[in-house]
Design a protein around this ligand. Structure first.
Ligand code: WQD
Length: 340
């Protein structure tokens, strides 16, 4: 069992994955620049796992620093690369910030490991755009990205495919996340949006706790059963466990070839109005919401076919939408009493 470098390790998905790696017996080194996370997460991880995680504050766009990190830690056997900017709207306003950060960090990592490493890459269902067929499978055509953020994920996957084709010792699994939501059962870690949350579930919990006004449902005139848009929401703890399964697959060399892609979702779609209803029924909290216009760039409906992940990663999501909502709410209540 090797030592795993988790870039973006104090972030939402990175921190939950660190917990699951440690509980699976791995040693981890977390790397982050705190551009979208809080140093207090390190203390929280120590409380949850009973271990003070090894941590390196680093800008992964600094090639020399990344080379130094890798040279100083020859014991690293795998990398899970979360570190990237991911706000869709911001990426439209500041595209170069996104292209620079999301590509330099990935290229520096592969270069520093001299093309010999097991790498799990954080990708996204965003690469599918609005699929022609649902549920969407991994071999569905990648569609033109709706945002520079989505484009960075598409181009990163192409960079990895091309590099793996000529670098046999670079073994990569790209994980295409659907909509990660919820929080660890301890309520000590969870999503920490900066400013007004762009994503649905953190806005819901902040509205419910009184930090925000009513929720705006972005459109109820879609061609869906209740008119609101549909997504495949997945509990962040289930998502984290899939990363451990991916590292294990790479370690045991069960992978077919040295580049694979897996969908990480539940295989079920939920509409915005169904999520609101699930939040109310699982928490007992009443939500205020209004129906507004569609949001630019949103797809109408997308949910994943997770047959391949189940068959080859040996992983399936176990937590349902009610557990997602309740854990997100418990985390919001924890934050109210313990502000970061
Ligand atoms: C979900 C639904 C909105 C806010 C996200 C990330 C993207 C990718 C996939 C990682 C949509 C609606 C939202 C609100 C609303 N993740 N909504 N009112 O856009 O599916 O994508 O997950 O790569 O990076 O952005 O998630 O939570 O923003 O929206 O009605 O106040 O909720 O229109 O239908 P999205 P989201």
């Amino acid at each position: 069992m090797g030592k795993i470098l988790v870039t973006g390790g104090t972030g939402f998905i990175g921190s939950h994955t660190a917990v699951e790696l440690i509980s699976a017996g791995y040693d981890v080194i977390l790397a982050d620049d705190f551009s979208n996370s809080n140093p207090k997460i390190l203390t929280q991880l120590e409380t949850i796992t009973g271990k003070k995680p090894e941590f390196i504050e680093i800008d992964l766009c600094d090639e020399a620093k990344v080379k130094e990190l890798v040279a100083q830690h020859p014991e690293i056997t795998g990398v899970i690369h979360f570190a990237a900017f991911k706000a869709v709207g911001e990426s439209v306003q500041q595209p170069l910030k996104y292209y620079r950060n999301n590509f330099y960090s990935l290229i520096n990592l592969i270069t520093a490991f001299k093309g010999k490493i097991d790498l799990v890459f954080s990708s996204s269902c965003t690469v599918y755009g609005q699929p022609d067929k649902l549920p969407v499978t991994e071999d569905a055509p990648v569609k033109k990205a709706e945002s520079p953020y989505g484009n960075t994920k598409q181009i990163a996957e192409e960079m990895l495919t091309d590099t793996c084709a000529v670098t046999p010792d670079l073994k990569v699994i790209s994980l295409r996340y659907f909509n990660p939501v919820g929080a660890h059962a301890s309520s000590l870690i969870g999503e920490l949006p900066i400013g007004v949350p762009q994503n649905l579930v953190p806005f819901i919990t902040q509205s419910a706790i009184g930090k925000r006004g009513p929720i705006t449902v972005y459109g109820n005139d879609y061609n869906t059963p209740d008119g609101s848009a549909i997504r495949d929401y997945i509990h962040v703890v289930d998502l984290a466990k899939a990363h451990v399964a991916a590292i294990k697959r790479l370690e045991t060399k069960k992978a077919e070839g040295n580049y694979e892609v897996f969908n990480l979702g539940t295989g079920k779609g939920s509409s915005v109005l169904e999520i609101i209803q699930a939040f109310e029924s699982s928490t007992g909290e009443k939500l205020n919401y209004t129906i507004g216009a569609r949001r630019e760039g949103d797809v109408e409906q997308v949910w994943g076919d997770v047959t391949k992940s189940s068959a080859q990663l040996g992983w399936t999501a176990e937590l349902d939408v009610n557990e997602m909502m309740l854990s997100a709410w418990n985390w919001e209540k924890y934050l109210k009493d313990n502000p970061f």
